[in-house]
Design a protein around this ligand. Structure first.
Ligand SMILES: [Zn+2]
Length: 181
């Protein structure tokens, strides 16, 4: 029993909580999620528990898990690790800042974008990407990214004298990946 606001009675009522399975279709895949509902003990009407998570969010999480996609917090944490703003990160990837913002706040990412972000988690790929895209980043963002990551790579590769050489990506699958969005 739970004291909750009943939208049918228009006042707080004792309510019974129940769970109901519902299927939500995400990109053609059926995902089963559990909804939390309340039934008012006075009017007997049933309504969504306002404290429960948005079913679509729950379905997206299950879909990401199933498809091996990054979670919103993983995308944000990676960007923050690179010390980039959303705009800087978007410029690095060739996406729009609004897209990055949406992905960090729960929108379901395009598979090609997921691949692109994941690829940059490889330090070597990231360095190549940076060399190719740095003209798109403003000076502050370049400095911050170099501080956070690229500078570390340079230090670690300076032993064999290859640190100043720009290595071109052997396969530009990245460009292909970005065509999706
Ligand atoms: Zn009621």
């Amino acid at each position: 029993m739970k004291n909750e606001f009943c939208p049918f009675c228009g006042k707080d009522r004792d309510c019974e909580m129940s769970r109901r399975a519902r299927t939500i279709r995400v990109r053609g895949t059926e995902i089963s999620v559990e909804l939390r509902e309340l039934t008012c003990n006075v009017c007997k009407e049933t309504f969504d528990d306002p404290m429960a998570r948005d079913p679509l969010e729950v379905a997206y999480d299950a879909y990401r898990d199933q498809e091996g996609l990054l979670c919103p917090f993983e995308i944000k944490a990676f960007r923050e690790k690179l010390k980039l703003s959303q705009k800087g990160f978007a410029d690095l990837l060739g996406m729009s800042p609004a897209t990055i913002s949406r992905y960090e706040t729960g929108a379901l990412q395009e598979p090609s974008h997921d691949t692109a972000i994941r690829a940059c988690m490889n330090p070597e790929f990231l360095q190549n990407q940076y060399e190719r895209r740095k003209h798109r980043l403003d000076e502050a963002q370049r400095d911050r990214l170099e501080d956070s990551f690229v500078s570390q790579l340079r230090v670690s590769t300076s032993v064999d004298g290859t640190s100043s050489k720009v290595v071109e990506p052997s396969i530009s699958n990245y460009e292909v990946a970005l065509n999706g969005g």
